[in-house]
Design a protein around this ligand. Structure first.
Ligand code: XBP
Ligand code: MG
Length: 251
């Protein structure tokens, strides 16, 4: 089969959004609602077990119950908190201080030049994706992607494969024609569940997770002058991931 499309996860893969983007945005939303909940860096690492911001808040309340839980409908509270969190996250993105990870822009440009299609498969909201693309990649970057599969468009979030099935269906491609990029075990379970070859680039929150089944596990995509570090799998003997290298998986 020929490689026809690259499908990217967003959080942790395109950019290190979790620690310095989503986490502070949740905390700003909690403060806005007069809640003394505070998700510090280690706690957030535990909460990342669950994908989806609304689902994560529910998991927090059930497993790390704070002293202060307002009366009334928790579902409504979570919906409103998530709306506020998404606004704060958008404002953080607009500062342009959340850069893309090494090699991401280079590889996206290379794929576009070669006519390889691009797609997104993420559990975060569509506006968070377009905000990141606009502020960290290019003003028109939303149009670089044929499909942006995001958020509640499928009911079951990663590690369920549904968001990848959705992206494949919209692309009109078979999994054998695509390659996925992920940073987390939950993400990898989702992409492998959709039978996608997957390359993993880790970050501080996901190092040490189980990445069995990945093509390769790397520190990042690398750049010509700042090579990636190989954690597992094929090292290719290269410093950075290129399209021709990815195509070698399809021969
Ligand atoms: C990302 C997530 C998201 C973000 C927060 O997972 O789990 O929930 O942390 O985004 P993945 P929302 O990278 O596997 O897609 O608050 O918009 O859900
Ligand atoms: Mg991710």
């Amino acid at each position: 089969m020929t490689l026809r499309a690259l499908i990217f996860d967003v959080d942790g893969t395109l950019a290190d959004t979790e620690r310095d983007g989503h986490r502070p945005a949740f905390n700003l939303a909690f403060a806005e609602f007069g809640l003394d909940w505070e998700w510090d860096i280690p706690l957030y690492g535990k909460l990342l077990k669950v994908t989806g911001g609304k689902e994560r808040m529910r998991y927090f309340l059930e497993n790390f119950p704070p002293k202060q839980i307002p009366a009334g409908s928790l579902d409504n509270l979570i919906t409103e908190l998530h709306r506020a969190k998404t606004r704060h996250y958008g404002e953080l993105l607009a500062t342009g201080k959340i850069p893309l990870r090494p090699g991401v822009k280079r590889l996206l440009n290379e794929a576009r030049d070669a006519g390889i299609r691009l797609a997104i498969a993420t559990t975060t909201t569509p506006e968070n994706v377009t905000g990141l693309l606009r502020h960290s990649l290019a003003e028109d970057a939303e149009n670089w992607f044929d499909v942006i599969a995001a958020g509640d468009i499928v009911p079951a979030k990663k590690p369920a494969p549904d968001i990848y099935f959705y992206a494949l269906q919209k692309l009109g491609l078979a999994p054998e024609e695509c390659l996925a990029f992920e940073d987390s075990e939950n993400g990898l379970r989702a992409s492998l569940g959709a039978r996608l070859k997957t390359l993993v680039t880790i970050n501080n929150y996901t190092e040490g997770q189980d990445f069995s089944g990945a093509l390769s596990v790397l520190s990042d995509l690398g750049e010509p002058n700042t090579p990636y570090t190989r954690i597992a799998g094929n090292s290719f003997g290269k410093s950075h991931i290129t399209l021709s290298l990815l195509k070698s998986y399809f021969n």
